[in-house]
Design a binder for this molecule. Structure first.
Ligand code: HMG
Ligand code: MG
Length: 301
C-alpha cells in the first residue's frame, strides 16, 4: 500500500493571503499578469483577491479590477475572500467561482480581524453562505487560529469544532483550518485532526499552514498521514495576516511541490511554471521570497 496520497489538491492563495501582508503596492497590471501565470501552471484553484474593506487591506483594494481583467482558464476555480454581504455583492459583480468566508475559533482574533464577536459573526456569514450558494458558487469556510491564538493561547479542538459545525450547518462546501500564526507542531495537528475527522469526512477538510517557525512541511506530512489531501499554499511563501502580528507567510507552494513530487504524489501543477511565477513576484517586490526551493532555483541562474 502507498504511504502517501496518489494526488494532492493545492489551492494557491498567494494573490490574496500572500499580497495582503505586503506593504509595497503591486500594480493591478502586475497582479493580473502574475495570476495569469499561475492560471497556466496547472493549479486548480486560485484565491485571487479579497473583497474586504479597502481601509483594512489597502493592497487588495483593486479586487474588482483584477477580477475583471484576469484571463479565465476554465480549468481553474477563481475564488475570493468575502467578509459580509457587501463584499459578496462586489465579488459577484467582479466574477467569482468561489466565495471564501472566514472567522476565527478565538474570540479575540475574530474581533481584531473582522470587528465582531463570534456570535455576531454567525448570522452575517450565514446570510453570505446562503446567497453565495443560491448564486451557484462554491463556498469555503476558513476557520483561523485553530491551534493557538496570539492573545488567548491554546485553542482546543472543541472550540474549533463549535465554529466548524456552525459553518457546515449554514452550507459551506468545505472547511479550511488555519494555523494563522504558524505555531503548531505535529502532535497538535494529530490531536486536532483526530477530533475533526471523527466528525467530518476528510474530503471536506483543507489544511492552511503558515510557516512562521518552519513547521509547515512537517505538519503537512502529519496531515497526510491522517488522510488529508487538500492544502492551501502561497507561491514563494508570500504572506501573513496583518491582524496576527509577526505571523509569516503561508507554506510556499514551491516547497510543497518539491516535497509532493519527490514523494511521487501528483498535483497537476507544473513546478517550473510555478517557479517562474514566484520569480516574477520576487522581482516585482524587490526582495527574496521565503521559499527555500525557490532560493535554490534563483541561485542557479
Ligand atoms: P466594520 O468597520 O465593522 O464594517 O468592518 P461595518 O459593517 O461596520 O461597515 C463600516 C463601513 O465599511 C461602511 O461604510 C460599510 O459600507 C463599509 P460607510 O457606510 O461607513 O461608508 N464596508 C465595506 N466596504 C467595502 N467592502 C466590504 C465592506 N464591508 C463594510 N466588504 C469588515 C468589518 C469585516 C468589513 C472589516 O473588519 C474587514 O474588512 N476585515 C478584513 C480583515 C482581513 O481582511 N483580514 C485578513 C484576512 S483573514 C486571514 O488572513 C486568515 C486566513 O488566511 C486563514 C488563516 O490564515 O487562519 C483566511
Ligand atoms: Mg492565512
Amino acid at each position: 500500500m502507498r504511504r502517501w496520497p496518489e494526488f494532492v489538491q493545492i489551492k494557491e492563495v498567494g494573490p490574496r493571503d500572500g499580497l495582503q501582508n505586503e506593504t509595497k503596492r503591486v500594480s493591478t497590471a502586475d497582479k493580473v499578469n502574475w495570476i495569469n501565470m499561475l492560471s497556466d501552471s496547472g493549479v486548480s484553484e486560485i484565491e485571487y483577491s479579497s473583497f474586504v474593506h479597502p481601509k483594512w487591506i489597502p493592497q487588495l483594494s483593486d479586487a474588482h479590477e483584477v477580477g475583471k481583467k484576469i484571463k479565465r482558464n476554465p480549468d481553474v476555480r477563481y475564488s475570493a475572500l468575502v467578509p459580509n454581504m457587501k463584499g459578496l455583492k462586489l465579488a459577484l459583480e467582479a466574477g467569482i467561482d468561489g466565495a471564501s468566508v472566514f472567522m476565527s475559533a478565538s474570540e479575540t482574533h475574530n474581533k481584531k480581524n473582522i470587528n465582531k464577536s463570534i456570535s455576531e459573526t454567525y448570522p452575517v456569514l450565514g446570510e453570505v453562505i446562503k446567497e453565495a450558494k443560491q448564486a451557484g458558487k462554491h463556498v469555503t469556510g476558513y476557520v483561523s487560529t485553530v491551534f493557538d491564538c496570539p492573545d488567548e493561547g491554546i485553542i482546543t479542538p472543541e472550540q474549533v469544532i463549535r465554529v466548524c459545525d456552525q459553518l457546515l450547518a449554514y452550507g459551506v462546501d468545505d472547511l479550511s483550518l488555519g494555523d494563522t500564526i504558524g505555531s503548531a507542531v505535529p502532535s497538535q495537528v494529530e490531536e486536532l485532526l483526530e477530533a475533526v475527522l471523527a466528525r467530518y469526512p476528510k474530503e471536506k477538510i483543507i489544511m492552511h499552514y503558515h510557516d512562521t517557525r518552519g513547521m509547515a512541511i512537517a505538519n503537512i506530512m502529519t496531515s497526510m498521514e491522517h488522510g488529508i489531501t487538500r492544502f492551501d499554499s502561497s507561491v514563494g511563501g508570500l504572506g501573513g495576516c496583518p491582524y496576527a502580528p509577526g505571523a509569516a507567510g503561508n507554506v510556499a507552494t514551491n516547497d510543497v511541490l518539491y516535497l509532493l513530487h519527490g514523494l511521487g504524489t501528483k498535483t497537476g501543477i507544473n513546478e517550473k511554471k510555478l517557479q517562474e511565477a514566484a520569480l516574477f513576484m520576487q522581482n516585482k517586490l524587490g526582495k527574496a521570497l521565503p521559499s527555500k526551493s525557490l532560493a535554490y532555483v534563483a541561485a542557479q541562474r
